[in-house]
Design a protein around this ligand. Structure first.
Ligand code: PLP
Length: 400
């Protein structure tokens, strides 16, 4: 595409070049070792090069292949990397859908700015994904298997040759699609125990994000340094770290998901759905978090079946508040939400030598289950799904 006059070119999905593979890969069976490996990608990928001089080049859909970047590339030395986590869903009506993809596009563009990478017209991201799925959709998410999904990983890296410490002058956007196990099958179920996550509260010697930092951006630099704590938690039988922040030990988020609690407010006696706020930029502004809040604000202001109405509150709260509410019997349930884990109840939080039990055997996190069913209806185009505006339909899937 190149530049028009002196203006670097915008990212433009409409001019994409498509090169098809001549050696299609095996599609892993659900639950197979290949699927569980999280590494077996579909037949094709999207790549788009960017240079500071010319801007965005012509996007390509091409056979899945390794990248070639110089050992001096900025991403390898200075963590100029950001990414997104999304899914493409095969609906019960046979159609392919993305869920609120412009929110991911906008977040990727914002993350790029935080990492000195090029931003772009965020609406283009969903169009690039649509092009990839028009090629890979039918084979990797057959119409005969509604209710399945692929995980999508759009990624942007600083890829140029210059080792000097500076903002990258070259970058590469790529999108890969990976068969992924259903998150509900990943929960270990122990007989006599409720099915839910066990969270280990972080200790003050490890902080995930801080004011003025980049916790709000989806940068690889947020994840690498947190993996040791995650590994230690897993070695002790926990699923995720519950990240606390500050001297008062504020509850922020849990692993790669946002954290919610439903409790009765001690002062007002009102039932509240509470989660950490976005203003201090400590947590990732999750697409699922936002959707949970919007659904709760529109549908849980009144009773739904046996569920009492809730007030939706985004505010700072501490692990001491959680422990106090638990001791006073005010906690109704807790759950985490995110694209990878979807909506999953929390059954236990361990903070030092205190175990906060949130879900007993035989109990169900009813708010979590109800909100999950609303979201699933939208993602998979189930009958009666409201908020259809959140689903982006991918049309034009090709047989070849
Ligand atoms: N918090 C962190 C740190 C994450 O990595 C994720 C997952 O991307 C989330 C929250 C949930 O965000 P989303 O709902 O957009 O997947």
């Amino acid at each position: 595409m190149g530049s028009i006059g002196a203006m670097p070119a915008e990212l433009d999905a409409s001019v994409i070049n498509v090169t098809r593979t001549t050696a299609p890969r095996d599609v892993p069976l659900p639950g197979s070792p290949e699927e569980l490996s999280h590494s077996h990608c579909t037949d094709h990928m999207v790549t788009v090069r960017w240079t500071a001089e010319q801007g965005w080049e012509t996007p390509e859909v091409k056979p899945f292949q390794n990248l070639s970047i110089p050992p001096t590339a900025s991403c390898l030395h200075y963590a100029t990397e950001c990414f997104e986590g999304m899914k493409v869903y095969r609906g019960y009506d046979g159609k392919l859908r993305l869920f609120r993809p412009d929110l991911n596009g906008e977040r990727l563009s914002n993350s790029a700015i935080r990492a000195s990478l090029p931003s772009f017209r965020f609406e283009e991201l969903k169009l690039l994904i649509a092009k990839l799925m028009q090629v890979d959709g039918l084979r990797w998410l057959p119409k005969s298997q509604p209710g399945r999904f692929l995980y999508l990983r759009p990624t942007l890296i600083g890829s140029g040759t210059q080792l000097g410490v500076q903002a990258p002058k070259e970058a590469l956007l790529f999108i890969i699609a990976v068969p992924w196990p259903d998150p509900s099958t990943r929960l270990k179920s122990t007989p006599g125990e409720a099915s839910g996550l066990k969270l280990l509260a972080s200790q003050p010697d490890t902080i995930r994000a801080w004011p003025g930092g980049f916790g709000y951006a989806k940068l690889g630099a947020n994840y690498g340094p947190s993996l040791a704590a995650h590994g230690k938690a897993q070695a002790q039988g926990f699923d995720q770290v519950l990240w606390l922040f500050g001297d008062d030990r504020q509850v922020t988020e849990a692993g790669a998901s946002n954290f919610f609690i439903v409790w009765e407010n001690a002062e007002t006696g009102k039932r509240e759905l509470v989660t950490a706020p976005l203003e201090n930029q400590l947590i990732l502004p999750g697409v699922t978090r936002r959707s949970v809040l919007e659904l709760a604000r529109s549908r849980l202001t009144q009773s739904v079946g046996d569920l009492k109405p809730v007030e939706v509150v985004e505010k700072t709260f501490t692990i001491t508040d959680v422990e106090k509410a638990w001791k006073e019997g005010r906690i109704v349930e807790s759950f985490v939400c995110g694209t990878a884990f979807f909506i999953t109840p929390v059954k236990l939080i361990r903070d030092g030598d205190v175990d906060i039990h949130l879900l007993k055997a035989g109990e169900k996190a009813e708010y979590a289950a109800t909100i999950k069913s609303w979201l699933e209806a939208i993602m998979y185009g189930k009958e009666g799904a409201e908020s259809d505006k959140w689903a982006y339909l991918i049309e034009g899937e090709s047989e070849k």
